[in-house]
Design a protein around this ligand. Structure first.
Ligand code: TYM
Length: 336
């Protein structure tokens, strides 16, 4: 590909710290697929990030494979997208360390994800959990990414990656492309909330019982939606402050069906919540069904999945090492 035909670059990643959820799908994966034709895309399984909280080795290994299968099943063609595992490209760890030295203690202390996770894991507030955003900056900057499609909860980390890149460039000249976050509108799943507690984010690593997984069977999905916490006034109306549960369900339904809030309000006027919850559940079931079926089929072919992530790691390493070498030279490291 010549310079003039080069596509802009996307980098994004997901932690294999749990099975992918409706939140991961609406907040990020859906956009990864939508943007994949126009961009040169690197989609990563960030296992180095996942070990900032304790993982069962066998589960971590299995989830990495499942995640590759799910990326493909969602519509990411491995021939056109680089679908790889972070630890297979050592440049991530190397640049991560370097960027630690360009990231301020105060900046890391302000990260809401660190504050939340350290409050919930008081027995394991490790240094990796604290410096996590510097590694995330390395992920993005290694590929000179222009765009980073993520959910709203990652906005602060992408902002910090921009600040780190700007600081490094300020000292050493133009080394890094300054990335932009690409975040869905609130109505399109920027922050999908737990079905059990709609004031909390739906999170794969902290299942509150309100999580819907991409690989859930239809009956499990339906049950989760039937149990979803709403309110007592039985009116399907969008009001994020007064009716967070119903508003969350409306955002989900709008994202899976493309219907506007007005249409949804009219569709369920005077019907109470039973029919509404069932309809939302059915829409998610239909959206997920082909993905789950294809992912299950792909998981039967380990040789193919291995080939996908091995070739992708080689390609990713080639690009990443170019940036890493440039950085090392700027820093004054002696060439090998
Ligand atoms: P992670 O693994 O927590 O989530 C993966 C992606 O899914 C989005 N997401 C959500 N969006 C809306 N509502 C939700 N309930 C929800 N839950 C998850 C996340 O915003 C994310 O886009 N730090 C990242 C992984 C990462 C990364 C990167 C992302 C590491 N390096 C570089 C982009 C670029 C994370 O923990 O995502």
């Amino acid at each position: 590909m010549t310079e003039s035909t080069k596509k802009p670059v996307i980098f994004s990643g997901m932690q294999p710290s749990g099975a992918l959820t409706l939140g991961s799908f609406l907040g990020a994966l859906k956009n990864w697929v939508a943007l994949s034709e126009e961009y040169d895309c690197y989609y990563c399984i960030v296992d180095l990030h996942a070990i900032t909280t304790r993982q069962e080795p066998a589960d971590l290994r299995r989830r990495c494979l499942e995640q590759i299968a799910q990326y493909i099943a969602c519509g990411l063609d491995p021939a056109k997208n680089t679908l790889f595992i972070q630890s297979h490209v050592p440049a991530h760890s190397e640049l991560g360390w370097i960027l630690n030295c360009y990231t301020m203690f105060g900046e890391l202390s302000r990260m809401t994800q660190f504050k939340d996770k350290s409050a919930r894991n008081t027995d394991n507030i490790n240094a990796g959990l604290f410096t996590y955003p510097a590694l995330m900056a390395a992920d993005i900057l290694l590929y000179q990414a222009n765009l980073v499609p993520v959910g709203d909860d990652q906005r602060q980390h992408v902002e910090l990656a921009r600040d780190i890149a700007t600081r490094f460039n300020g000292v050493h000249g133009d080394v890094f492309t300054i990335p932009e976050a690409f975040i869905p509108k609130t109505t399109e799943g920027a922050r999908v909330m737990s079905l059990a507690d709609p004031t909390r984010k739906m999170s794969k690593s902290e299942p509150t019982g309100g999580c819907v997984y991409l690989m859930d069977k239809p009956e499990t999905i339906l049950k989760s939606f039937k149990r979803a916490v709403t309110d007592s006034d039985a009116e399907v109306r969008y009001d994020i402050k007064e009716k967070p549960g119903v508003s969350n369900l409306m955002s989900i339904y709008s994202s899976t069906t493309g219907k506007s809030f007005e249409t949804i309000e009219a569709e369920f006027a005077g019907q109470g919540y039973g029919a509404f919850k069932e309809a939302v559940g059915e829409s998610v079931i239909e959206r997920f069904r082909p993905i789950r079926e294809q992912a299950e089929a792909l998981l039967q072919d380990k040789t193919y999945l291995t080939q996908v992530y091995t070739e992708a790691a080689n390609h990713a390493a080639y690009t990443a090492n170019k940036t890493l070498r440039k950085v090392q030279k700027k820093l004054g490291f002696v060439a090998k």
